[in-house]
Design a protein around this ligand. Structure first.
Ligand code: NDP
Length: 281
């Protein structure tokens, strides 16, 4: 018998129109000849519960959550992964046997991209700019992957301090909050520096975090979560100081690849996904 019914996945967000994940996932579904669709759906905050009911009603394989739903979705889920539990935010839901399981692949995607660039985390000192959703996920995964110490730097001190406490209490890793006054000197023992703020994202491509760029050295690996543009002013300045750089593209592709596998049970065609993203940006 023919099957005209597609398996459904997608993303709920508001705003969501400029989210490129659908292009990446659809390219992967096509490459693997899977009858899956990825829907980019605008869901207003007040409609999130009904939208999550629809995931169950439509028997969707799963859904991504983006701003502003990553935290608010948690009461509508049946179970959380250990990392999602610590982070307190979910970017991927998987539906299995009628149950909704919450995972956070942002930090995991970052760690895979970092390792693919040849870096390791064991025993390293990591300095993270930002304490929002992306920074929380990255900080937790860096700690769970063996980082020795994590410095959190954030404009709003309360949020930054809270994240440092979370890392210390929930992962056992050493972590400290550093005040972000202008022209911040990056601690000299930093091995890996990550911009996990939204500074520099298109169209604000001429913005960069307010740090003392002369404190960056050739022994540091400097990473950005911003993927549009891939070569941010932050990364360009780091490269001029001799640092190795890692763009946000790898993180985006790797978290999409993890989602693909969680939903389909198949290995993700990472090269196809990367090409699709590059064509789109
Ligand atoms: P949030 O809104 O949760 O956090 C934003 C962070 O940026 C906060 O720490 C905020 O500080 C800081 N920030 C914003 N503007 C400034 C500024 N002018 N000066 C200093 N700090 C500032 O966003 P997310 O964490 O969800 O996302 C952050 C970025 O990461 C986005 O650009 C997003 O597109 C990107 N991203 C990339 C991914 C990838 O796969 N490559 C995946 C997920 C996100 P404060 O707390 O003081 O407001």
């Amino acid at each position: 018998m023919k099957n005209y019914r597609a398996e459904l996945t997608g993303v709920f967000g508001d705003p969501v129109d400029d989210n490129p994940t659908g292009v990446v996932e659809e390219a992967a579904f096509a490459a693997k000849k899977l009858n899956y669709r990825y829907l980019t759906v605008k869901v207003r905050p007040e409609d999130l519960q009904k939208a999550m009911d629809s995931v169950r009603i439509f028997g969707m394989k799963g859904i991504n959550l983006t701003m502003p739903h990553k935290i608010k979705v948690i009461p509508y889920l049946d179970e959380l992964s250990p990392a999602a539990e610590i982070i307190g935010a979910v970017n991927t839901v998987i539906q299995k046997d009628g149950k909704l399981y919450g995972e956070n692949t942002d930090g995991k995607g970052f760690v895979i991209a970092l390792k693919n660039s040849g870096e390791t985390l064991e025993g390293k000192t990591v300095t993270i700019l930002g304490a929002g959703g992306a920074a929380r996920a990255i900080a937790v995964e860096c700690a769970l992957n063996g980082a020795a110490h994590i410095n959190i730097v954030n404009r709003s001190s309360e949020k930054g301090m809270e994240l440092a406490v979370l890392i210390r209490e929930k992962t056992g890793s050493s972590a400290k909050y550093l005040n972000w006054t202008g022209n911040l000197t990056i601690p000299a023992d930093t091995d890996i520096l990550i911009n996990a703020t939204s500074i520099g994202f298109s169209p604000n491509v001429n913005d960069r975090p307010d740090i003392d760029y002369s404190s960056l050295t050739g022994k540091m690996c400097v990473c950005d979560v911003i993927f549009n543009p891939a070569q941010t002013l932050f990364l360009k300045a780091a490269a001029e100081n001799g640092a190795k750089t890692v763009t946000g593209l790898g993180m985006l592709v790797q978290q999409a690849a993890l989602n693909f596998t969680l939903w389909t049970g198949e290995e993700a065609p990472v090269d196809v996904m990367e090409e699709a993203l590059k064509r789109e940006l």
